[in-house]
Ligand binder design. Structure first.
Ligand SMILES: Nc1ncnc2c1ncn2[C@@H]1O[C@H](COP(=O)(O)OP(=O)(O)O)[C@@H](O)[C@H]1O
Ligand SMILES: [Mg+2]
Length: 244
């Protein structure tokens, strides 16, 4: 089966001259859940932004058969829903329902379909009882869930999430893990939280200094002490209860 994302020799340099990514090649199959791990500043966010056609470099990124260039950015963003690192950047309407409806409304869907999708998305993240609440009054964990709902309501084929476990307490992190596990979409999750990655993903891609260092089964990568330590990461055991 053709990969749903195919990245070939992709490099990106920020306008100030900083090398963000260098010669990245990566194929992602439909339905995969991938942990993108790496220390701070390794290029995780840059890679997720490139997958969502928010930045354009050299080499190629093909998403669902479409080249992720400037011209196709709108089409790419329908295929790839990007949950940003800071939920406040994703929540800007007066009420939660309006925030979650924003995407499907922009897609030109009818009112009934928009409402149905929005309530479904809020239900999936457990916030349907709070649809009239102002997003800035939500707790950090609820904001995270709300940001995910704004993407789910658009029903993208692929979802990227940038450190979604930040500022969550263990219970909320477990809830998030269960929610993400239940999603059928292709998921690419950037995180430095190795136990979280292990609980969720079968495959890990380790990047550092904008380059892919390792790509393989999560249990092989995160238990490799030498590899993990040399890239500023901790090792973790695979939790026994994990059922992929
Ligand atoms: N807007 C920007 N302008 C210039 N350099 C940037 C910008 N954003 C990120 N960088 C740099 O690109 C590199 C990769 O950053 P990033 O992708 O944010 O890493 P990570 O998400 O793994 O912490 C870092 O060296 C960072 O300083
Ligand atoms: Mg980042």
């Amino acid at each position: 089966m053709a990969p749903v994302i195919s990245i070939n020799g992709f490099s990106y340099r920020y306008p100030d001259g900083t090398d963000g990514l260098y010669d990245i090649s990566l194929d992602i199959a439909g339905g995969e859940k991938i942990a993108l791990i790496g220390p701070n500043g390794s290029g995780k966010s840059t890679l997720l932004l490139a997958m969502g056609a928010f930045l354009h470099g050299h080499g190629s990124i093909v998403v669902d058969g479409v080249e992720a260039n400037k011209k196709n950015a709108k089409q790419i963003r329908r295929a790839v829903g990007s949950v940003l690192q800071n939920p406040d950047e994703q929540l800007f309407m007066p009420t939660l329902l309006e925030d979650v409806a924003f995407g499907p409304l922009n897609m030109g869907l009818g009112d009934e379909e928009v409402l149905r999708r929005s309530m479904d998305a809020l239900g999936i993240v457990g916030l349907d009882g709070m649809k009239h609440k102002a997003p800035h009054h939500l707790s950090a964990g609820q904001k995270r869930s709300a940001a995910i709902a704004t993407i789910l309501s658009m029903n993208p084929k692929i979802i990227t999430m940038d450190e979604p476990d930040t500022s969550l307490d263990p219970r909320n992190r477990n809830n998030l893990t269960s929610l993400l596990k239940s999603l059928k979409q292709t998921l690419i999750i950037a995180t430095c939280n190795i136990p979280f990655a292990a609980a969720l993903c079968k495959r890990a891609v380790l990047i550092d200094s904008g380059k892919i260092i390792a790509d393989g089964p999560v249990e092989e990568i995160i238990t490799d002490e030498k590899l993990m330590q040399s890239h500023g990461l901790e090792t973790a055991a695979i939790p026994e209860s994990i059922d992929f």
